[in-house]
Design a protein around this ligand. Structure first.
Ligand code: PFF
Length: 494
């Protein structure tokens, strides 16, 4: 069997929209306002902007340069750099794949909320409704044997949609879908923000975003939260930018593209937060609860606080509610397909399996794993997956990539690649950031991640994390050891 034809974006717009679509996701709509809120609003903005430049743009540039230079899957790229590095590529892909399995489930919950929002079916107690009627949550381990049918069906629907997109040709699938969903998403968000600014009490909320608290600059936790948000929101270290950049035709502008993508992603989340904070301001005014006591629980913002807000909003909620949840759905889908693309690309390149077949197998396995989250104890397990994979495994992946590309690979080649393909040039500062500053910052974040994950873990969480650790060690080694069917895979050209 010979290698299949190289895939290529048919326009720069398709690439940019896919990149922005991959970055804009639940992290922007559901996570960012939460992080902003729990880190004191305006005080968070300065560390956030510094992280965007220092960590976000710098690291995206590494992924762009590597993907564009090698034009291969991450597994083959790391193999070309050093044979022994191949398991790390599979480790990164496995982390990404496992993240996708629970990310799909959160998008699935959102899918349920689209239906519920037409009638405000959550009633007067959205928090109880979420736990009892949507998740059917139990704390007992035996909950693993009870399937929650509505969550299972919605998880299936999201996997099915992802499969239907990803199995198609690059431009027909990801390219087209991103170009349709992203403008729609922006339109809805603009509508929601304009509406929310007209609500009484809106200014109580949005002024929080723009009132910096300089004393917070000395608070390490706020800095760590800002770094963490940039990693999550820009999907750093997940090989997405690397994969998408490898499909770029020659002559593309790399640095310019990366800056537009990073600014669009951050612009989107800040703009969206103006709406969300205004709505929370409205809630503070109407309920009499002080602004900073409105949200007590992390994940609850989208599925608990918003239904509460829609309850007091009056008839407008029948339009704003469904639109809000549709937004999350669109943003989630473009991110899910991006997460899957890198995984499918590496598998199909190494084992010479057609795109369609790879997509089918990956989605079936993904769905089967996601079924765990559709059980009575599913949301608890999801919380453990999220804490372990995001705070610990993903940061470890970013750290490894910094070391591999900053120290093991000839970094100056990446500088040349970027400078030959950009109007904006990069140089020594960028090199210093990737080689020294980023590994130190991410290392700090990582240690804090381990600490917070372990210090909050109970017996069940520790067992799940133990299982995940074994899987993350064994599976990548197996994938790296399996012989490639594609004989070109072993040709080292760079
Ligand atoms: N960047 C996307 C988001 O903000 O939702 C996609 C993503 C990031 C997915 C991080 C998963 C993840 F852990």
């Amino acid at each position: 069997m010979t290698e299949t034809k190289k895939q290529e974006w048919n326009s720069n717009l398709a690439f940019m929209m896919a990149m922005i679509g991959s970055a804009v996701g639940l992290g922007n709509i559901w996570r960012f306002p939460n992080v902003l809120y729990s880190n004191g609003g305006g005080s968070f903005m300065i560390p956030y902007i510094v992280s965007l430049f220092l960590l976000g743009i710098s690291f995206v540039l590494v992924e762009y340069a590597v993907g564009f230079k090698f034009k291969k899957s991450i597994a083959r790229i790391l193999f070309s750099i050093k044979e022994k590095l191949e398991p790390i590529a599979w480790l990164i892909l496995l982390i990404v794949f496992l993240i996708t399995t629970y990310y799909v489930c959160v998008v699935g919950w959102d899918f349920i909320y689209i239906m519920l929002s037409f009638t405000k079916a959550w009633g007067a107690n959205p928090d109880l409704y979420f736990a009892n009627n949507v998740l059917h949550a139990t704390d007992s381990v035996s909950g693993i044997f009870t399937i929650v049918p509505n969550v299972l069906v919605s998880v299936f629907v999201i996997w099915f949609i992802a499969w239907a997109i990803i199995r198609r040709d690059l431009n027909d699938g990801i390219g087209k879908v991103s170009q349709i969903l992203l403008p729609l998403l922006c339109l809805i968000v603009v509508g929601i923000v304009i509406f929310s600014l007209t609500l009484p009490g809106a200014s109580i909320g949005y002024t929080q975003i723009f009132t910096p608290d300089w004393s917070a600059l000395t608070n390490l936790d706020v800095w760590l939260a800002a770094f963490g948000q940039i990693v999550f929101s820009l999907s750093l270290g997940m090989a997405i930018a690397m994969t998408y950049a490898s499909y770029l035709p020659d002559g593309s502008k790399l640095v310019d593209n990366a800056i537009i993508v990073a600014f669009s992603n951050s612009g989107f989340e800040v703009f969206n937060s103006i709406g969300i904070f205004s709505i929370l301001g409205f809630m503070a005014l109407t309920s009499g609860i002080p602004f900073n006591e409105l949200v007590t629980e992390g994940t609850g913002l989208a599925f608990v606080v918003f239904p509460q807000v829609f309850n007091i909003m009056g008839p407008a909620a029948y339009v704003v509610g469904p639109l809000f949840f549709i937004c999350i759905l669109f943003a989630g889908i473009t991110s899910v397909i991006a997460l899957l693309e890198g995984v499918c690309y590496s598998i199909s390149e190494k084992f010479l399996i057609e795109r369609k077949k790879t997509a089918t197998v990956v989605c079936i396995i993904g769905f089967l794993i996601s079924c765990i989250f559709a059980t009575g104890i599913g949301s608890t397990i999801l919380g453990v997956f999220d804490a372990y994979l995001n705070n610990f495994a993903l940061l470890f992946a970013v750290l490894l990539e910094c070391i591999i590309f900053g120290w093991i690979y000839k970094f100056d080649d990446l500088i040349d690649t970027l400078n030959q393909h950009s109007s904006i040039k990069v140089g020594k500062t960028w090199k210093a950031v990737i080689k020294y500053i980023l590994p130190i910052c991410i290392g700090g974040l990582w240690i804090q991640g381990i600490y917070s994950t372990i210090s909050t873990a109970d017996g069940l969480s520790i067992s799940i994390m133990g299982i995940l650790t074994v899987v993350l060690i064994v599976v990548p080694i197996i994938f790296a050891k399996l012989p490639a069917i594609n004989k070109n895979y072993y040709k080292v050209e760079n």
